[in-house]
Design a protein around this ligand. Sequence first.
Ligand code: FAD
Ligand code: SIN
Length: 533
Amino acid sequence: MTIKSDFLVIGSGAAGLSFALRAAEHGKVVVLCKDDPLVSSSAKAQGGIAAVTDKNDTFEEHVADTLDAGAGLCDEKAVRTIVTEAPEAIRELLSWGVDFDTEKDGEFELGREGGHGKRRILHAKDTTGLEISTKLLRCAQAHPNIQLLDHRIAIDLITTAKLGCVTEDRVLGAYVLNPATGEVDIFRSDRVLLATGGTGRCYMYTTNPPTATGDGEAMAWRAGAVVSNLEFVQFHPTTFYNPNGKDHDGLTFLISEAVRGEGGVLRGPDGREFMQKYDKRGSLAPRDIVARAINSEILRTGHPCMYLDMTHKPKGFMAERFPYIYETCKSYGVDAEVDMIPVVPSAHYQCGGVATDTNGRSSLRGLFVAGECGCTGLHGANRLASNSLLECVVITKRAIECMLTTLPLAHKMEDYPIPEWQHGERAERDDLAILYHCWDEVRRTMTDYVSIVRTDHRLQRAATRLRNINREINEYYWGYRVTPEIIDLRNLALTASLIVDCAIRRKESRGLHYTLDHTEKLPEAIPSKLHNW
Ligand code: FAD
Ligand code: SIN
């Protein structure tokens, strides 16, 4: 089956949906997502969205905090663009019905997070992402120009070059698996927005949903687009450590940085504050510093976790300001009003991605990328908290404007015939254990060798292991009918390899990339770019 649209959007998070709502004012939009529409990092976001809305705050300060967190690698033009367009993005979110918490006088109640010199985080208690996502989804579902198809898995982008054309290279759409029927459909469009989210599932412990398998990076890479800065994997310093150690859901539940913004103090098992010896900003230092400090305290003390202490706050504060976190901790047997919360770092955010300009335009014509799977240069070597939801909403506004100018709807492009998807010959898989083994091995390799503290030797080991795994997966992939499991695994393993390749090239420690073999920062900050030529 072939489905045509003016715009094809892959992803239903904040980036995908905010783009779809704008694009729908101009033409027919198809939005795909591989699970339910609200299974996304966007829907899990807690802390909020950063924007200068307070009269005592300035764009210059937000820019300075972002550049400082980014450790010299941010693209300053991207930072200035996104920061200055933030208030307009907030107004647009409000127009779609998003409710942020306000003070009695009607002004936004602003939260604070690590690396921010001022209170500038708009939030809806501690479930900001769910508030944004449900409101965008509601608008999208009501829009007559938007067709939202869930449980559809984009397998690969279709490009003119892949079809053998040598005179131009542009995107023509995507092959998409419908797991309900097992069929692979062709979604045709000259304007594609990739908004597939993060890569956190490359690691054993992550805050990310199951959908975060790096599909956007992998698909774009296979289509010949440039990827950038993938070595900068942000570990969130404070995810809940499940004392019963039962399952990884307990390990990966996020304790928002906003908790530290409201006075939470990191302590060791002996109850002593330890962050001051790492950074004068203490528990509110940028994430890379806090995550490394926790990691080093865990290694130094041999204790499996550190603790976040909110017990000094007035009774009822946690339940009122952070109801979701408070209740979830309680369900694990931790009452944050009387107990310190056990925390460990977990993979949280991919600062790199498919390289784009500040309009979300990639190196492949017609392919735009936004949200976590893109890399505009905003985050540099370390993302400032709550800048990512902001980036999703600002970049997609710019992307639709740029698309309409560079690929006008009125201009009819050449209609290349697209061949049907060719399934592998063999019908039944002989051994699913191979898939599960590879899946575990990728995540174990990344966790052991490509984590918060790296070395050349560990990275080389990871590269060798992943090369072998990728070869095995590819042999398996082409022989059989595609399934959701093999698509995820193929993307996960390729993205993990790209992360390692970027990390191996960086012979310095900068932001989130810290290596014992090159502990200094080089004088010049150079983004890592990988070309699939
Ligand atoms: P997502 O919201 O992850 O959406 C990705 C979409 O792509 C999903 O719909 C998925 O199904 C779809 N998809 C993926 N692959 C395919 C495929 N092959 N085919 C079809 N569909 C596909 N940032 C902040 O700014 N503030 C916060 O407070 C904050 N808190 C966070 C808390 C948590 C627990 C997490 C995990 C992240 C948080 N972040 C926060 C980061 C932020 O939420 C994400 O970076 C951002 O929401 C990413 O949005 P997105 O639209 O790019 O991707
Ligand atoms: C958090 O609430 O700590 C997450 C914020 C973010 O990742 O930007």
